[in-house]
Structure formats: structure tokens, C-alpha cells
Design a protein around this ligand. Structure first.
Ligand SMILES: NC(=O)c1ccc[n+]([C@@H]2O[C@H](COP(=O)([O-])OP(=O)(O)OC[C@H]3O[C@@H](n4cnc5c(N)ncnc54)[C@H](O)[C@@H]3O)[C@@H](O)[C@H]2O)c1
Length: 255
């Protein structure tokens, strides 16, 4: 039986550890028939080590999304390897420590700006860097943490995710004519590096123990990866500017 990504070429950012949502996305994408290329930050060696645990070998390219030189050469390097792209996964988030963990009212703008640059604006920069390779249309998928609500400890990552969500809608608007879709998966809390860097993350995650309709496993990023792969596939052909919740259903519950 052929997979839902058979024949597709996909660039995936954000593989840092085996707990990364992007690692599970890459694994599922390969299992579903995609040719995958990974980008790495901060060091290709870290990502290369994790990539060896994927079902198939994959090339790893260094990419800091705030580095204009890295972005400028991305299409050439990926083009040499894969020719064209059908999908791009943005699985990137970062906020400095003073922007997280209960310091909301005292965070300096410099730290807010970093969070916005890396976590939100980069969806646009990454997509534009890949655009020359997506002449036949394609699917861009990012990861958010529901920005409709103020969460404990999440602080300036909240406004950064709100900016990411809005950016995704504007990208859907501007790239629809080129048959490029842009969607997000809104995942529930997962125990990755990004999560561990949020002081008091367990307090935030415990909300899911109390209120999630479906049982939620903090240690299992596969459901989020499945959502990303589904949005990369041809099974959401007329869906763009959308946010699909893979959060156990918590977003639907008032109290
Ligand atoms: N873990 C959660 O609870 C959770 C929930 C919902 C959404 N998300 C989102 O999922 C995405 C992936 O996070 P994760 O949980 O897999 O954690 P992770 O720590 O494994 O991944 C975060 C990635 O961001 C990358 N990154 C940071 N700064 C970068 C830069 N300047 N350039 C390029 N890459 C950079 C890191 O290399 C890392 O691979 C993020 O957008 C995150 O906000 C996470």
C-alpha cells in the first residue's frame, strides 16, 4: 500500500532531540513515502545524530532562521539535493528566559523581539526562502500552542504564537494563488527541549490532566506529527489558513 506522502519532497525544520515534534513528523513522513531533508539549529552534528534514528538516511542543512545568509542559500542547497519541494514544516520556537515563567510584566522588548523573530516572523522568512522550489504549489505547516488564551508561565511565547497564527493566515492569503497552502497544528503540551526551557511547564501541562476530553500523553509527540503529515498530504486540498487542534480536545472545553 502506498503512503499518503508518496512522491512528495518535504523540508522539515526543528529536529533537535527524539522528543522533538519534528523528529516524529520526519519519521512518519518517511514511512508515508516522502523524501525528507532536515534543517538544523544550533549545530548540524546534534541533528545528524538524531537523524540516524530515522527509517531512511537524510541530508541535514544548517539553518538559523534569523540568519539571512543561511536563508539566502537554502533554496540552492535543497534544490541540489531534491530538485523541488512539495512541503515545508516550521517546527521552531524560542523565547529568552526573561520572557517566560511569570515575568510577563517585566520582560524587556529586546527579549520579546527575539521571541517574535524566531517563533513568528520566521514562518514568513522560511517560506519565502523555499518559495523558488515550490513552483508547483505545496503545503506549509507550522506548530502553535493555542494563542486564544493566556496560559500560566507561557508569557511572551503567547503573543509570539498569536503572531505566528496571524502570519499563517496572511501567508494563506498571499500564497493561495500559487496553490500553496499554509496551516498550523495547535498541539497540546509535550515534554520536549522547548517545553523544558519554560520554568513551571508542569503547572501548564497539568491543565490537560484535569480537562482534556481525550487522555493526553505528554511524552507522545506522534499525534502532533500525524496532524502535520495529514496537512502536508493531498487529503486537505482546499484547506488553508486553518489551525487544526491536536490537543486532546481541550480547546473545546470551557471549564
Ligand atoms: N512542546 C510543546 O508543549 C509544544 C506544544 C505546542 C506547540 N509546540 C511548538 O512545536 C514546535 C516544536 O517544538 P518542540 O516541542 O518539538 O521542541 P524542540 O525543542 O524539540 O524544537 C524546537 C526547535 O526550534 C529550533 N530553533 C530554535 N531557535 C531556532 C533558530 N533561530 N533557527 C532555527 N531553529 C531554531 C530548535 O533547534 C528546535 O529544533 C515549536 O514551534 C513549539 O512552540 C510545542
Amino acid at each position: 500500500m502506498s503512503g499518503i506522502l508518496e512522491g512528495k519532497r518535504v523540508l522539515i525544520t526543528g529536529v533537535l532531540t527524539e522528543a522533538s515534534i519534528a523528529f516524529h513528523t520526519a519519521k512518519l513522513a518517511q514511512e508515508q513515502g516522502a523524501e525528507v531533508i532536515l534543517t538544523a539549529f544550533p549545530r548540524p552534528t546534534l541533528t545528524e545524530r538524531i537523524a540516524r534514528k530515522l527509517p531512511k538516511p537524510t541530508k541535514v542543512i544548517e539553518l538559523d532562521v534569523t540568519n539571512d545568509e543561511h536563508l539566502a542559500r537554502l533554496a540552492d542547497v535543497v534544490g541540489e539535493e531534491l530538485g523541488t519541494l512539495d512541503g515545508v514544516v516550521h517546527s521552531i520556537g524560542f523565547a529568552p528566559q526573561d520572557a517566560l515563567g511569570g515575568n510577563f510584566l517585566n520582560t524587556p522588548f529586546e527579549s520579546v523581539a527575539t521571541a517574535m523573530h524566531v517563533s513568528a516572523y520566521s514562518l514568513k522568512s522560511l517560506t519565502m526562502a523555499c518559495l523558488p522550489l515550490m513552483q508547483n504549489g505545496g503545503s506549509v505547516v507550522g506548530l502553535t500552542f493555542d494563542a486564544q488564551f493566556a496560559w500560566p508561565q507561557y508569557d511572551w511565547m503567547g503573543p509570539a504564537k498569536a503572531a505566528l497564527e496571524a502570519t499563517s493566515r496572511y501567508m494563506a492569503r498571499d500564497l493561495g494563488k500559487q496553490n500553496i497552502r499554509c496551516n498550523l497544528v495547535s498541539a497540546g503540551p509535550l515534554g520536549s527541549m522547548a517545553a523544558k526551557s519554560i520554568p513551571g511547564f508542569s503547572e501548564l501541562a497539568s491543565v490537560w490532566d484535569d480537562r482534556s476530553p481525550l487522555e493526553w500523553d505528554l511524552k507522545d509527540p506522534e499525534p502532533a506529527g500525524r496532524g502535520v503529515v495529514a496537512l502536508l498530504s493531498d487529503w486537505f486540498p482546499k484547506t488553508t489558513g486553518e489551525i487544526v487542534h491536536v490537543d486532546g480536545g481541550l480547546h473545546a472545553i470551557g471549564a
